[in-house]
Ligand binder design. Structure first.
Ligand code: SAM
Length: 291
């Protein structure tokens, strides 16, 4: 019989051998998930021998992680913007950078009139749309995606978070099925990687996350270009387009934005200091509230 601590140590070594980063943390989280214990609770049970039934629950999860399936897909949940969202292979795992985009938007609108109509293009798990619905409680949110699989997950998350009546979710190829109307805020984290960049990502990303969520043609700019070109038709006069982008794309995106008729574009960096977000509007917007 092996104790819990022995199993954690063996699992950690096994995962290290499979190239998993933060192997000990992964081992603890997966074992905790299998045993329905929080990490802190595991520490209090380190010396307890595990039963065969418990090991049976742990093994398949470790096997999946050893094949480099992302931890979040195995656990089936992730935290985003204060919400606990369901995640699985139907959609991209929402990232901390995208959470930071939500924070930038909240700061941007602090002291200003909050956006009343919001559009999230390429909603995936629904992360951006749902977090913005919480951040702006009076807003009506529309969330679209081309992927039916992603949309079913987004809908489940809208129900799980109690936001289904505030966030309308449906299929659309970017703006195609969105009614022409005036949005105060359009947000998108579209695919922006090239095939070559995707091939360089961790196995967790390139092997498991939907390609449709990652890769865009034309040097990763094709979808950003479509979103920029269409936005003026869907934005109110003072409306803002907020985009998450690749880290080497800002110069080209600013040209695309100008060509689309945006009078003002502004780049923002992520927490690691990389150019990651673009805010565009027709006229000047008050940047004093931006970080
Ligand atoms: C990078 S993921 C972002 C998912 C989510 N918004 C997030 O931030 O976690 C890009 C999303 O765009 C969607 N997408 C790709 N092409 C699309 C298209 N032509 N029209 C609408 N959505 C599209 C993908 O299915 C995917 O869910």
């Amino acid at each position: 019989m092996h104790t819990l601590l022995e199993i954690i140590k063996r699992t950690t070594e096994f995962l290290v051998g499979k190239g998993v980063e933060s192997a000990r943390l992964n081992a603890e989280l997966l074992i905790g998930h299998a045993l329905e214990r929080k990490r802190m609770q595991l520490y209090m049970e380190f010396e307890r021998p595990l039963t065969e039934a418990e090991l049976e629950k742990i093994r398949p999860l470790i096997r999946r992680r050893a094949q480099r399936e992302p931890l979040q897909y195995i656990i089936g949940e992730t935290d985003f913007g204060g919400l606990r969202l369901k995640v699985d292979r139907r959609a991209l795992i929402p990232r901390p950078e995208t959470e930071f985009l939500i924070e930038l938007l909240v700061v941007r609108y602090a002291g200003l009139e909050a956006p009343r109509r919001i559009l999230d293009l390429g909603t995936g798990s629904g992360a951006i749309a749902l977090a913005l619905a919480v951040a702006f409680p009076l807003a009506e949110v529309v969330a679209v995606d081309a992927s039916l699989a992603a949309l079913s997950l987004a809908q489940e998350n809208a129900s799980k978070t109690g936001l289904a009546d505030r966030v309308r979710i449906f299929q659309s190829d970017w703006y195609e099925s969105v009614e022409r109307s005036e949005f105060d805020l359009i947000v998108s984290n579209p695919p922006y990687l090239t095939e070559a960049e995707t091939a360089q990502t961790a196995l967790e990303v390139r092997g498991f996350e939907p390609r449709q969520a990652l890769i865009a043609a034309e040097d990763g700019l094709a979808d950003l270009a479509k979103i920029l070109a269409g936005a003026p038709l869907y934005l109110s006069g003072s409306g803002v387009l907020a985009l998450e982008t690749g880290i080497t794309q800002h110069e080209k995106i600013k040209v695309l934005a100008t060509n689309a008729g945006f009078g003002r574009t502004e780049g923002q960096r992520d927490l690691a200091g990389r150019e990651r977000f673009i805010f565009a509007s027709r006229g000047g917007f008050n940047t004093s509230s931006l970080i």
